[in-house]
Design a protein around this ligand. Structure first.
Ligand SMILES: Nc1ncnc2c1ncn2[C@@H]1O[C@H](COP(=O)(O)OP(=O)(O)OP(=O)(O)O)[C@@H](O)[C@H]1O
Ligand SMILES: [Mg+2]
Length: 242
C-alpha cells in the first residue's frame, strides 16, 4: 500500500480546533450505526473539504481507523491543497476504481498520520453521476466499512449536482455544513429534504465560518478570520432556524 505524506494540513487556531474536536466527540456519541458519513452542503465553498479533512485527522489522532473518500470527482481539491506527495505521479483514484480499471487496494493509501487512510480522486470527470450509480460505489463503501471505524465522504454541493444525493443514498448519516450568514435558508431546507429523500439520516449541522468578531474567544487566539460551531442532535433544529 502506498503512503502519502500530508504536508500541508493547516495548524488551526485554538477556537477552530476546539469546535472541530467537539464535532469529533459528538460524531462518536451518535453511535456505532453511523460509519459511512457524508459531509455535504447546499452550495460551493461552505467548508465541506475543510471540515471533512480536519474531522478525518482528529478521528484518526484519537485512535479511530478512518478513511477519507474524496468523492468530489468534478473538482477535487484535496490533492493539490494538502500537497499529497506519494512519489507517484499517476496515482490511481476513485474514477479509475469506479470505471473498473483498478481494485480497492490499488487506490487506498495510508498517510503519515496513524489511522488516517485516504481513497483519493486523482483524475476528474465532468459527469460522475453515472459512475456513482454503479454497484462498485456502494461496494466500495461497504468494503471500507468492514475495515475502518469511520468512512468519511467529501462531496460536491447538494444544490448544484446530483452526485451528493447519490452518495447520500449509500451513507448511514450526513453532516450538513452551513456557511454562517451566507447560505440561504431555503437552500438549507432544500438540502435537508434531499437528504431525507435519499434515506440518509441527518447527524448534525456544522455551522462553519462564523465571523470571528462574533466570537469572544477569537481575540485571544490569533489572526484567523473564521471559527466554526457545531449543532448536534436536537440542537440542529436551532441551526435550522438561523
Ligand atoms: N472554518 C474555517 N476556517 C478557516 N477557513 C475555512 C473554514 N472553512 C473553510 N475554510 C476555507 O474556505 C475555503 C473553502 O472551503 P472548502 O474548500 O472546504 O469548501 P467546500 O465546501 O469543500 O467547497 P466546494 O463546494 O468547492 O468543494 C478554503 O480555502 C478553506 O480553507
Ligand atoms: Mg470541497
Amino acid at each position: 500500500m502506498k503512503t502519502i505524506q500530508l504536508s500541508n494540513l493547516e495548524k488551526l487556531p485554538y477556537g477552530a480546533e476546539e469546535a472541530l474536536n467537539r464535532l469529533r466527540v459528538n460524531v462518536g456519541f451518535c453511535g456505532d450505526r453511523f460509519k459511512k458519513i457524508i459531509i455535504t452542503s447546499s452550495t460551493p465553498n461552505e467548508g465541506k473539504s475543510f471540515v471533512s479533512t480536519n474531522l478525518w485527522r482528529m478521528l484518526a489522532e484519537a485512535g479511530s481507523r478512518t478513511v477519507l473518500v474524496d468523492a468530489d470527482m468534478r473538482k477535487s481539491v484535496l490533492r493539490s491543497r494538502y500537497q499529497f506527495a506519494s512519489g507517484e505521479k499517476n496515482l490511481p483514484g476513485l474514477v479509475h476504481y469506479l470505471a473498473g480499471q483498478v481494485e480497492i487496494d490499488d487506490v487506498l493509501c495510508r498517510t503519515n498520520i496513524d489511522n488516517a487512510y485516504l481513497f483519493p480522486t486523482s483524475y476528474t470527470v465532468t459527469n460522475p453521476a453515472l459512475l456513482l450509480q454503479t454497484e462498485r460505489f456502494s461496494g466500495l463503501l461497504d468494503a471500507l466499512t468492514r475495515v475502518f471505524d469511520y468512512v468519511l465522504v467529501d462531496t460536491p454541493p447538494l444544490n448544484s449536482v446530483s452526485d451528493g444525493d447519490l452518495i447520500a443514498s449509500h451513507c448511514d448519516g450526513a453532516l450538513l455544513v452551513v456557511r454562517s450568514g451566507v447560505t440561504p435558508r431555503n437552500l438549507i431546507a432544500g438540502s435537508l429534504k434531499q437528504l431525507e429523500r435519499a434515506g440518509c439520516e441527518l447527524m448534525g449541522v456544522v455551522l462553519n465560518r462564523v465571523e470571528a468578531k462574533s466570537n469572544p474567544y477569537y481575540y485571544k487566539y490569533g489572526k484567523y478570520g473564521y471559527y466554526n460551531d457545531y449543532y448536534y442532535g436536537s440542537d440542529s433544529k436551532e441551526a435550522k432556524k438561523k
